[in-house]
Design a binder for this molecule. Structure first.
Ligand code: EPU
Length: 425
């Protein structure tokens, strides 16, 4: 097992390029189950989650090949076709549930293991299942698996309003299944995230008739079959926001390029209010200049176009050294605060009350051994470690590798003193 050793206090400087969005790539890869022929996906990040989903797709009968330019070719493999995604793979990655809609839509049946517990809190699938039932599927849970079947799916109106807003992967599952339904499906309270729009654009490229994505009402006309295409995944807005925060936390100055400014509006607005000097630098880049005075700045993580829950931990990390008191609320995942006890070990002053934390800025964090307990909590600890005095050693790296492509390599290219070390050292 490896650890990440970070020598804090080095301002990050230079240029870094953002990769493809994990949360767009995963549902689009899964949707390839619903597509005939060969698909080439460009800008697919090289991540553990992508490799795990590639394994799931391979077991379901697809052939998945990656080339050096982050292109993934996905085609029917000629091997045995299956509609069963088993627990061994699904438990490694919740996003495997994205195979449910494509399998059910195209083949009329799917058996997908329930993913089980999750570090960031309770994550039910009731909205996915309710929506598939509304389309005419019969669903039962047996031996830990979701078993879905349908002789014919029929277009209908599905309301995805849940207690904490809509559902991102639920919208993806329903959109893909609905392509195979007879007639029109209307998804009300659909998730508006750019990653959902990317899937809609991909499906349109494959021949689907989908409109309204990016708004709360998506309309899908039954339009199967779908045919393979050549498609480039959108840039990862969460990776971009993570680098922006890392640069600012170290007082460095860097150009972050290959991103979509329109996907980052709420984050950039918040950053300006928090005293981070960040400016657009061309159509697909920002320039971040740290070194100014950080300011305490409240925020609530909300569904898009709000500040994403996937950057809540990283923004909280930089607020640990912003003078004054900041209140941070996570309205999407009320228990997503695994970074808090670890940041406290580094000297942060944070009090938690339910889905909110109150951060009182301290002048400096100090490096120590910490444990990364989920993907974004790990990113927050990297940011804290880069800014802290002394050495921070982060344990449990597989979480980080699930969702960040070559994070340590990219940070080193900006001058960070970051190294993977063996846990035995
Ligand atoms: N929810 C329900 N019922 C459902 C589904 C969701 O009540 O059937 C609740 C959840 O418990 C949560 C809220 O609705 O409180 C939103 O959950 P959502 O379904 O939107 O999350 P997800 O689709 O499982 C995706 C991302 C997450 C990201 C969330 C929120 C992927 C593969 N995952 O998860 O990404 O945090 O949307 O934006 O797209 C990450 O990348 O670190 C990550 C966790």
């Amino acid at each position: 097992m490896e650890r990440l050793a970070i020598q804090g206090g080095n301002p990050l400087r230079g240029i870094v390029r953002i990769g493809g969005a994990k949360n767009a790539a995963l549902p689009i890869m899964a949707a390839c189950l619903a597509v005939e022929g060969r698909t080439t996906l460009r800008n697919v990040p090289d991540l553990t989650d992508v490799r795990t989903l590639s394994d799931v797709l391979t077991r379901l009968g697809l052939k998945v090949t990656r080339d050096v330019d982050n292109h993934l070719t996905i085609e029917e493999g000629g091997g045995p076709r299956s509609q069963v995604a088993d627990y061994e793979l699904v438990r490694q990655m919740r996003a495997s549930v994205c195979v449910l809609g494509p399998l059910l839509g195209r083949y009329g049946e799917a058996r997908v293991a329930l993913p089980g517990g999750c570090q960031i809190g309770h994550r039910p699938l009731d909205l996915h299942l309710k929506g598939l039932e509304a389309l005419g599927a019969s669903i039962r849970i047996e031996h830990g698996d979701i078993i879905a079947s349908a002789t014919k799916l029929r277009g209908t109106t599905i309301d995805l309003a849940g207690p904490r807003g809509s559902t991102v992967t639920g919208t993806c599952n329903l959109m893909t299944a609905a392509v195979f339904a007879e007639g029109e499906t209307v998804i009300e309270h659909a998730a508006r995230e750019p990653e959902v729009c990317d899937l809609a654009e991909f499906l349109r490229d494959c021949g689907a008739i989908i409109n309204g994505h990016g708004t709360e009402t998506i309309r899908i006309a039954g339009s199967a079959p779908l045919y393979g295409t050549d498609y480039a995944i959108i840039p990862d807005r969460i990776e971009a926001a993570t680098f922006m925060t890392a640069v600012a936390a170290t007082g460095g100055a860097a150009r972050i390029e290959g991103l979509r400014l329109d996907h980052l509006e709420s984050v950039l607005e918040w950053a300006a209010a928090a005293g981070i000097n960040v400016k657009p630098a061309g159509p697909d880049a920002i320039h971040v200049a740290g070194g100014g005075a950080l300011k305490a700045c409240d925020f609530a993580a909300r569904p898009y176009p709000g500040i994403p829950t996937d950057v809540q931990a990283q923004l909280s990390a930089i607020l640990c050294t912003a003078p004054g008191t900041s209140v941070v609320v996570d309205t999407v995942f009320p228990d997503r605060f695994l970074h808090v006890p670890e940041l406290q070990r580094m000297g942060a002053k944070i009090e938690r009350d339910g889905n909110r934390i109150r951060i009182t800025g301290v002048s400096r964090l100090s490096g120590t051994a910490v444990r990364a307990t989920d993907l974004r909590a790990s990113a927050a600890l990297v940011i804290a470690g880069l800014a802290a005095e002394g050495t921070t050693v982060i344990d449990d790296l597989p979480h980080l590798d699930r969702g960040y492509e070559h994070l340590d390599r990219k940070l080193r290219s900006l001058g960070a003193k970051v190294a993977r070390v063996s846990a035995e050292l």
